[in-house]
Design a protein around this ligand. Structure first.
Ligand code: OAD
Length: 251
């Protein structure tokens, strides 16, 4: 059974390997909407309309409007105290730290996190739906327009550009899970600790990381504002806001 406690401190020793998983809740204090809360993004939009390949080809204008609004929100946001506290822990632990985020908002990178895996891609990149040109930096949005690939156009075909985010039914970015596996292997040399922050525990494979860590004997902590679907998988559960709890936990 999870225990509810006042803010303790993470047991960070010289041999601790810390794997952190973040979700939308870590950016809530930066003013970014979460997905499943009342009033969250999935309240006003159907997942299959704006977060699937089929939805994109059915109505690319709607999908670009959705991600264009997200780009606008992110441009107006700044990293909060939780993002910054994770940077400080990374500076302390070096290669014994790894941060996997489900967020596409880029706020961890802007705060200064470097050992970072963006499991669901990035809102701030786009890519072609046809050709193999690499994803490119792109924070723009023109209402009422769906961008077309210039390279494909020059080759005589029209191809739509899409945001470089992972949609439901798609694979995670190349190497993302392998990098986490390597980190878990390296952690056999020390003590493995897993900290999940601000995630409802509903979307896999991220929601399964807690069990991967437990299978290797690691300790598991969760910081979340409300109950998560996988609460009972964690050794310690702290209920509250990440912006307040994470700096205290990591101090
Ligand atoms: P959710 O919106 O499902 O869950 C966010 C969680 O954060 C909830 O459990 C809240 O209780 C918690 N929360 C809210 N504010 C918080 C705060 N200030 N501090 C701490 N916790 C807080 O978001 P995710 O779990 O990230 O995927 O969603 C996972 C994936 O589902 C997303 O990456 C997205 C979505 O569909 C794709 O679009 C592929």
């Amino acid at each position: 059974m999870p225990t509810l406690t006042p803010t303790p401190r993470l047991p960070l020793g010289d041999d601790t390997f810390l794997l952190v998983l973040t979700g939308a809740g870590v950016s809530a204090d930066s003013g970014i909407s979460t997905f499943r809360a009342a009033g969250g993004l999935w309240n006003d939009h159907k997942i299959e309309d704006v977060a699937s390949v089929d939805g994109f080809f059915r109505d690319p204008l709607l999908v670009w409007q959705f991600y264009g609004e997200r780009r606008r929100d992110v441009a107006a946001a700044v990293p909060n105290a939780a993002h910054r506290a994770l940077v400080a822990v990374e500076e302390r632990l070096g290669d014994r730290f790894l941060l996997a985020t489900q967020n596409v908002d880029g706020l961890h990178g802007r705060a200064g996190s470097r050992r970072l895996i963006e499991l669901h891609g990035s809102l701030l990149r786009s890519r072609c739906t046809v050709c193999d040109r690499p994803p490119f930096a792109d924070a723009g949005y023109t209402p009422g327009k769906v961008p077309i690939c210039g390279r494909c156009h020059a080759a005589g075909r029209d191809a739509l550009i899409r945001p470089d985010v992972v949609w439901f039914g798609e694979l995670l970015p190349d190497g993302a899970l392998a990098r986490i596996e390597r980190f878990l292997d390296d952690a056999a040399a020390g003590r493995l600790l897993f900290l999940a922050i601000g995630t409802s525990g509903l979307v896999f494979p991220a929601a399964g990381l807690v069990d991967a860590v437990k299978a290797r004997g690691g300790a598991t902590w969760l910081v979340n504002a409300d109950a998560a679907a996988n609460d009972d998988r964690f050794d310690r559960v702290l209920r509250g806001g990440a912006g307040e709890l994470i700096p205290a936990l990591c101090s």
